[in-house]
Design a protein. Structure first.
Length: 578
């Protein structure tokens, strides 16, 4: 990890505000193109919407309904790139679309959509779609509702189970390219100067304030984009908002008898919205999502009782044998899609999922990102940096008096995106499958552990081994887990920008996905963090309490009783720490 204060001595080309997947991707693109970049987040990498998605890396068959061919083609191209550049984090994933008599979308339209899906992704590495007869479908999915079932389509997209780590790996590359990343550092104000933008920053953990200058700024704060713009000093801020955030929730269900063998993309009977039922590698089933317009801080969203009931009802309509109820809900989560602002008359499901880079009308060098998907983060990063480079070149050529031809030359060079072909740090091997086999064979007794290390870290799993070789104490298994090594905690806080217990638990080691949201493991992880970072007893207690508050927003099963008690006392929603 770079020296946290390194960036203070530097003349920065770019500050990226927000280390969600899109900000992290823009910072990686910029750093790899040689711009001196600082990536900051007021909380942590992927602590916002990027940890609250369905985690599909997909073209989005339903966007075809809205004629968004460009978006689907780009998404399919990005899906294929990610399968190669991040094979440990992004894996092929099969999905079924069943045709029911109740569907508002006719089977013929779905078939045509799937043909287009294949045509728009030439040379892809995943299989083409396949039509299933009713009989074939019932045999392959014995628990599926048969009434009204007419057949279906089986197709492939991809899945990023640990989407948070996809963002963490972008940040690792920012540092590897000589730029800086800082978590828990908020941008509170932006002032335009004659040659640079001045940013007021505050460290959320120490309270220390600082001012830095940068030639350009990307506001990648997702659903907080308009809040950041409200901090631009000395300019009229009466512009229309850029973001119209739409809440979406998911349930994590305990595996049930005859859980489907693949994901299912189902049309809800209640409102014809798409519902995804997504079996996970750990045996749980993710079900989502909803679309609800809800005012308030995007950091304090919780999945409501109504959303839970809606998602359970639709799951039971699709899979009656599952008979899921609230007792099956291990936890839930909610996030805000940072969609482009639309008047209230437009239904959330009709708002485009496409992205754009919006220059500030009165502050040259300040650009905001709107829209976007997990899938298209790299493409949005590339687009943002193209705009930044354009802006910087225009400034530079004005100063130096370059000709239009010289400027065009600079632009051509700038347009070569290094991220199209550069694997993420965990994907840097010529043959991922061979590496994974060798890694697992080396330690057959620990095959389970090897599997976990590989899917979290890719080839960086070797870093865990290296740390253990250097200090055998780090081989100790974290109390309360089967296979998490103490070395992983050390790597999280010394190499991966984690500064709090919640950062480590939720977005590095991915330990919060259980029925108790990792609360039983948290004390052991806190002690390990304390030993490395020098936390005293007081700090450990503060971290544990902050983690508990954060996890309460997930409404984990183990806290259901205390949830009910709180409701009885009439207290409000717990906020996520953000
Ligand atoms: C329910 C749901 C399902 C989805 N499913 C999918 C899917 O299956 N596939 C897909 O491709 N996409 C999906 N998406 C979309 C995708 O998750 C989002 O588009 C994407 O994660 C947005 O990332 P972001 O980086 O723009 O925003 P965020 O992840 O929200 O990041 C913004 C960051 O900015 C930080 N920040 C805010 N203010 C400041 C400040 N003042 N200073 C510093 N930092 C600040 C925040 O802390 C946050 O970390 C889904 C979204 C939702 C809500």
């Amino acid at each position: 990890m770079d020296d946290p204060e390194n960036f203070l001595d530097r003349q920065l080309d770019l500050v990226v505000i927000g280390a969600g997947i899109n900000g992290a991707a823009a910072a990686r693109e910029a750093a790899l193109r040689g711009l001196r970049t600082l990536l900051i987040d007021k909380v942590d990498i992927a602590s916002g919407t990027s940890s609250a998605s369905s985690r599909l890396i997909h073209g989005g068959p339903r966007y075809l309904e809205h004629g968004e061919i460009r978006l689907v083609r780009e998404s399919l191209r990005e899906r294929e790139l990610l399968l190669h550049t991040a094979p440990h984090l992004v894996r092929p994933y099969a999905l079924l679309i069943p045709f029911y008599a109740h569907n508002r979308r006719p089977a013929i339209a779905l078939r045509a959509g799937m043909l287009a899906y294949d045509v728009l992704s030439p040379g892809k590495s995943t299989p083409r779609h396949r039509t299933l007869s009713r009989e074939e479908l019932v045999t392959a999915y014995p628990s599926i509702e048969r009434r009204g079932l007419q057949g279906g389509i089986l197709y492939f997209d991809a899945y990023a189970c640990f989407a948070e780590r996809l963002a963490v790996e972008q940040a690792l590359d920012v540092c590897a390219a000589g730029s800086s990343v800082r978590t828990h550092l908020a941008a509170d104000g932006i002032t335009a100067g004659s040659t640079a933008l001045e940013l007021e920053l505050t460290d959320g953990l120490t309270g220390s304030a600082m001012t830095i200058q940068s030639r350009a700024v990307v506001n990648a704060s997702g659903p907080w984009v308009d809040d950041v713009l409200a901090g631009v000093c000395g300019v009229d801020d009466s512009d229309r908002p850029l973001i119209g955030a739409v809440k979406g929730s998911h349930l994590v269900l305990a595996g049930f008898p005859e859980s489907p063998a693949t994901g299912i993309h189902y049309e809800a009977q209640a409102d014809a919205r798409p519902i995804l039922v997504l079996p996970q590698a750990d045996g749980t089933v993710l079900v989502g999502s909803t679309e609800v317009v809800e005012a308030g801080d995007p950091g304090t969203l919780r999945c409501s009782d109504e959303e839970i009931d809606y998602l359970l009802t639709e799951t039971n309509r699709l899979l009656p044998a599952a008979s899921v109820n609230r007792g099956h809900v291990l936890q839930s989560y909610a996030g805000a899609r940072p969609l482009p602002y639309q008047p209230a008359t437009v239904r959330p499901q009709d708002v485009s999922r496409d992205h754009s880079v919006v220059p500030h009308p009165r502050v040259p060098g300040l650009f905001s990102l709107t829209g976007g998907k997990l899938t298209t983060h790299r493409a949005l990063g590339e687009l943002a940096v193209d705009r930044i480079v354009d802006h910087l070149d225009t400034q530079r050529s004005r100063r130096r008096g370059l000709t239009a031809r010289e400027r065009a030359g600079l632009r051509r060079r700038a347009a070569c995106s290094p991220t199209r072909a550069t694997p993420l740090p965990g994907g840097r091997t010529a043959d991922w499958a061979a590496f994974a086999t060798r890694f697992a064979q080396r330690d057959p007794l620990n095959a389970g552990k090897g599997g976990r290390l590989l899917s979290l870290y890719g080839v960086r799993a070797l870093r865990v081994d290296a740390r253990i070789s250097a200090d055998p104490k780090l081989a100790a298994v974290v109390v309360g887990t089967d296979d998490v090594a103490a070395a992983e905690v050390e790597i999280a806080v010394t190499e991966e920008f984690a500064r709090t217990l919640t950062d480590v638990m939720a977005r590095r080691l991915m330990l919060s996905r259980t029925a108790d949201a990792g609360l039983s493991v948290a004390p052991a992880v806190a002690d390990l963090c304390a030993a490395i970072l020098g936390w005293d007893r007081q700090r450990i207690a503060t971290e544990l309490s902050a983690y508990r508050s954060w996890s309460e927003a997930l409404r984990p099963q183990s806290l259901a009783t205390s949830d009910a008690e709180r409701a009885a006392r009439g207290s409000g929603a717990e906020s996520r720490r953000s």
